[in-house]
Structure formats: structure tokens, C-alpha cells
Design a protein around this ligand. Sequence first.
Ligand code: ACO
Length: 357
Amino acid sequence: MAKNAVITGWGFYAPSRVMTNAELERIVDTSDEWITSRTGIRERRIASDGETTSSMSTRAARVALDRARLRPQDVQMIIVGTCSPDYVFPATACMVQNDLGATRAGAFDIEAACTSFVSALAVARGMVVSGAIQNAVVIGAETLSRFLNWKDRTTCVLFGDGAGAVVLEASNASVGIESVILHSDGSQAEKLMIPAGGARIPATQGTLDRGQHLITMQGGDVFKLAVKSMADAAEEALAEAGLGLDDIALMVPHQANIRIIEQVAKRLHFPMERVFVNIQRYGNTSAASIPIAISEAEATGRLRRGDKVLLVAFGGGFTWGASVLEWFGAHDGVRPPGPLERARGAIEDVVERVRPV
Ligand code: ACO
């Protein structure tokens, strides 16, 4: 049985269409100043007509698999965390399985709103460490722009689209996903939800006319609970891992609101210099925010092998959770490079050759 589950691949995809706060000023009664000062968001990405949660997931997964030097046919499990799936069913993960050509993989979705990625990580880790599977592609992806009420300034300015993925593999290394803790409180479900379109309030012309298929939120209540819950979860995950905040090189929180992130850090007495923040460019991408942030943190040199990392999330449900892991990083060239990596190498060779001396 494997001792640990480690992240060996990571990648993300963000739609090319950027929507700035200035653009939102022309849609609803808002201002760049209000959005920036209250949320930290300057722009977000919006999926184009042809893009879906599964298509963005597939693009992120390809990058992560390439980094892990795994072929799609080697993948044993695909788990997509999302609350904006392609369909009510089948699972978005099945679309990803087909698009990747992951012919031997199982596939299912996890829905815990913005906590979906951490929840999916918990499930995948359990499956890997138990020996049930050797690897899993764990994805967080959302197309929340399709579920926004573009007339409601209290919600439409907050969210964005995108996908992030990691490859989790069995390892005998002494490091890996050290702890994952999850919590929930369904008594406050109505404070952040899409009320209609499910079995309780099925879709009718009336529900459509009333905009009940779109996100509704009581932002102030969400804010207060998010701060306390995320801080508590962080401490719990650290205790389970037998670590303290001083051991943590980088905190990667769900990117919901810069003020929530700052208050969580303040409550924990954790310096903001060691907190990864990219909300200014993507807004709240819900389940996608942590895996996108992980990829960007690695790309900008803020994640190095051996670093202890704290993930912490909060979302509709309410759901919240945290995970402590040690960053494993890419394989040491044991496996042959994947096609994207080979293409990158070829481009670097050409650049090197044409560079003036
Ligand atoms: N532009 C201008 N004014 C606005 C806007 C806007 N986009 N939105 C709200 N306002 C107005 C309100 O109408 C209100 O006006 P009023 O005083 O005349 O009634 C005023 O601004 C203040 O509204 P508040 O709701 O008190 O503003 P607050 O400072 O609480 O900020 C916000 C609102 C940003 C939504 C905040 O509560 C928040 O971030 N909550 C958490 C939301 C969140 O992160 N949700 C996602 C987490 S879970 C998940 O990711 C799925």
C-alpha cells in the first residue's frame, strides 16, 4: 500500500476573454472603485460561447498530465469538483474522460460549491492511499458566468470562469497530502444558492421569469462565517498534520474576496507575504480558484519542493475545509517527457539558436 498521495502534475486554463470592472460599470450600477475596494477584484475571465466546464477542465487536465508525464490512457480516476456542471447529469468528469481519451479511467463529480476542489482532493487522496487506485486527475472548474444574474450588482461583479487540475499519485515518499479536513452546515443553505432547476424546485417558465436559476447570495452573512470557518479549518488541518503555522511556506486560500483572505490571515496571525493572492485577475472562480492559484504559485517560483502548503476553502452549503500538503513537484525525469513538454523544449531550442550573440 502506498504511504502517501503526492501532487506530480498541475495546470490551469482561463478563458481568453477578460471582463474588466470598467466593462461592468456599463452593465450594472457599480464602479471600479467599489469593486476593487470591497473585493480586490480588477478583472475576471468569461468563457466564450463554445467553452464549458468540461472543455476548460480538459485543457487544464492536459497540462497537468503532461507535467506528470502521464498518458491519458494511464489515468485511473477523474474527479471534477464543480457547481456549474455541463449537465445535471451525466457528470462533467465523463465529458472530460472522453475528451482526454482516458479510456481506462473512472469518472465522477463532487459538488461542495467553492469547497469542491478540497473535497475532491480528500476523496482522491483516500482512494490513492488505500491502494484502490494509483493515480487520479483532480479538477476544480466553473462556468459561473452562465449562472449569474447580470442585473444583480451584488453578485455579478464577484465571479469568473476557469479550471485548474492536479495529478495525484501514489508514492512511497514520506511526504504528500498530510491532512484534509471537511465541514458543513446545511442549515444556512439558502444564504448562497441557485434555488431552482433541481428536484425541489423544478424548472418552469415561472422559475425562469423570476431568475431562480441564477446565483443568489446574502453576502454579509457569507463574509462573516467564511472568515471564522476558514481560520478554524486551517488550525484543525495543521493540528492533524502535526504542524504549526510557522511551518507553512505558503497559504493558498479560496479566492472569494481579498478582505476575507486578509481577515483569515489576521485571525491566524499569518503574514500576508506568505499568502497567495490572484483574485485581482480572476475574481471568485469557486472550485477552480485553489488549483489555478497552485499552478500560478508554482509558475512564479512561490512553491518549491519540500514547501509545506496550506489550502483553505469556504463555499455554499455551507461547506468549508482545509488541507496541509508538502509540495512534491515534478518527477525527476524518470518518465519520458509528454508532448507539451517536448514542444516547449523544441521552442526553447529554436529561441536559443536564433538569439543574437
Ligand atoms: N457596486 C456598488 N454598490 C454595491 C455593489 C456593487 N457591485 N454591490 C452592493 N453594493 C451596495 C449595496 O447595495 C449596499 O448599498 P446600500 O447601503 O445603499 O444598501 C452597499 O453597497 C453595501 O453593501 P454590503 O453588502 O454591505 O457591502 P459589503 O461591504 O458587505 O460587500 C460583498 C459586499 C463584497 C458581497 C461582501 O459581503 C462579500 O464579499 N461577501 C462574501 C461574498 C463571497 O465571497 N461569496 C462567495 C464565497 S462562497 C463562494 O465562493 C461560492
